[in-house]
Design a binder for this molecule. Structure first.
Ligand SMILES: C=C(OP(=O)(O)O)C(=O)O
Ligand SMILES: [Mg+2]
Length: 520
């Protein structure tokens, strides 16, 4: 049987299927066990099993990962945790999984109260807790399975932090039941060059030992589990200068989120960085990184672009990119909630520390710096951001246009800043009222939709009237069939992941500006 989803990262592969376990549910405190001593006796062997499987894994990985796994193994083996859980079974007649849950909870509360480094360890205790509970209740361990050979990974959905850590040598392809083409999980899979299909309903129920995946067509079917991974097609030749057949320039820039991305972008011939998603540096950070630490992290990303233009975006936390050190609380509609620049309105000190780290990193590396803010809704917000960035000594300041209100008031916004960059991923989500993470509405999150292109045209017109640049840094910019259309609408730069550069560069060389305008 063949299933269809939305292909978000091309490549045809087949291999054994490995399912990512669903999140663990909080264990129930009833029914009370019949034999309390026997129930308590299950806890010790479960903690030992977890500790020894973590120690085994620690021996098979490189040094950084090894010390993390060794520490987690030591926590699992901690007799205090087992003793406290056993006591809860005996004294409160709790089933063993619930007792472990509560005992670990007490440890976590104490660690959080201690603050600093110890508070950060609470997340490790939660990891150990979930592993022990999984053993006790006969479930698969939570989180990404440890792959030892090339496999096709299948999940209901995958967090951006998990996707960012995937090893392209071991993950042949990624298939999710949920997710849209512009979800951050899809963006990261593309950046890693891992063939991927999202919004593939029913994939978790497909039988058979393996899966065959076509990441361009968006199809998935059962296979016999053998690995079939033809070498990737070579990229078209491109000389690294974005221009049309008639010489009209369209800067081709890169979207990056790590120093590895930046090195790949420089090697692929990017003229600069059009979007540095700084939040990607901190998807797993438990506390706000110190300014010096941020400076070093940003410098590592900017370093391959000395003397070249770079656009660094301030943190876009919230919604589908939660950062542990910026908890947003429960929001009924996180995509419409406090995210992006909105976080900074209550925490301007956080923004100021980031701006100063970004300015220092650019000075360290000699990159030609611009900064921009995500999720700006009004000209007043753009002016607020610009004044803070300029106070940090940053000369070129822009904002993202990814909220329809901002697109409609692009002229007023451009009066406050030096450039704008269209985030077509969010702009589509908000224009079509279609969650970018939801497979069921994926067809609306399509940048070929005329309503989206009309807004792009409006913003480009405002740019032309003021003589200020208008870029596109959403996934629309990476589509070779759309690049001439965006150029015809008046867009002046396109920013995309490194693997898309040559294809877009080659497509633009085939057309002149008159053709682009006619297409638009
Ligand atoms: C580039 C964009 O930002 P992000 O994908 O990080 O939300 C966008 O919304 O198009
Ligand atoms: Mg966005």
């Amino acid at each position: 049987m063949q299933l269809s989803g939305v292909g978000v990262s091309p490549g045809r592969v087949a291999g054994p299927r490995v399912v990512v376990a669903a999140d663990l549910r909080e264990p129930a405190s009833s029914p009370a066990p019949d034999d309390l001593l026997a129930e308590a006796g299950k806890i010790g062997p479960a903690t030992e099993a977890v500790a020894s499987s973590l120690s085994d894994r620690a021996r098979s990985v490189s040094s950084d990962a090894r010390s993390v796994l060794e520490t987690t193994a030591a926590m699992a083996a901690d007799p205090a945790l087992a003793a406290s859980a056993e006591r809860l079974v005996r004294e409160r007649s709790l089933p063993a999984p619930r007792a472990v849950w509560e005992a670990a909870g007490e440890f976590m509360t104490a660690l959080r109260a201690a603050g600093g480094y110890l508070a950060e360890r609470a997340a490790d205790v939660a990891d150990v807790r979930d592993r022990i509970v999984a053993v006790l209740s006969g479930q698969a361990p939570p989180g990404l399975p440890e792959l030892t050979s090339p496999s096709v990974l299948v999940a209901r959905d995958l967090a951006p932090a998990d996707t960012a850590g995937l090893d392209p040598d071991l993950v042949l392809a990624l298939v999710t039941e949920e997710g849209g083409p512009t979800s951050h999980t899809a963006i990261l899979a593309r950046a890693l060059g891992i063939p991927a299909v999202v919004a593939c309903a029913g994939v978790l129920e497909l039988s058979g030992p393996g899966l065959a995946v076509d990441g361009a067509a968006g199809t998935v079917s059962s296979s016999d589990g053998r690995v079939l991974a033809p070498p990737r097609t070579p990229r078209p030749a491109w000389d690294g200068v974005g221009r049309l057949a008639d010489g009209h320039r369209v800067k081709l820039l890169a979207n990056v989120g790590s120093s590895a991305d930046a090195r790949a972008a420089a090697a692929a011939g990017a003229e600069g960085i059009g979007l540095f998603r700084t939040e990607f540096c901190y998807l797993s950070a438990a506390s706000e990184p110190a300014e010096a630490e941020q400076r070093a992290a940003y410098a590592a990303v900017l370093e391959p672009f000395a003397g070249k233009p770079v656009v660094v975006r301030t943190l876009d936390a919230g919604s589908d990119k939660p950062l542990a050190f910026l908890p947003m609380g429960e929001e009924p509609n996180p995509a419409l909630g406090v995210r992006g620049l909105r976080v900074a309105f209550d925490r301007p000190d956080l923004l100021d520390r980031q701006l100063s780290a970004i300015a220092a990193a650019a000075a360290d590396t000699g990159a030609e710096l611009s900064v921009m803010a995500p999720m700006v809704a009004t000209a007043a917000e753009a002016a607020w951001f610009a004044s803070r960035a300029r106070a940090a000594g940053i000369a070129r300041v822009g904002v993202m246009i990814e909220i329809p209100a901002a697109a409609l008031c692009a002229a007023e916004i451009l009066a406050e800043v030096d450039f704008v960059s269209l985030g077509t991923n969010d702009l589509a989500q908000y224009v079509f009222a279609a969650d970018r993470q939801l497979g069921a509405v994926a067809s609306l999150n399509d940048p070929h939709q005329p309503a989206l292109l009309k807004l792009v045209g409006l913003v480009a017109e405002a740019g032309a009237a003021t003589g200020k640049p208008v870029g596109v840094c959403g996934e629309a910019a990476a589509d070779p069939s759309l690049a001439p259309v965006l150029t015809g609408l008046g867009v002046t730069s396109l920013s995309m992941n490194a693997v898309a550069l040559a294809g877009v560069g080659t497509a633009l060389r085939a057309v002149d500006l008159a053709t682009c305008r006619a297409l638009a």
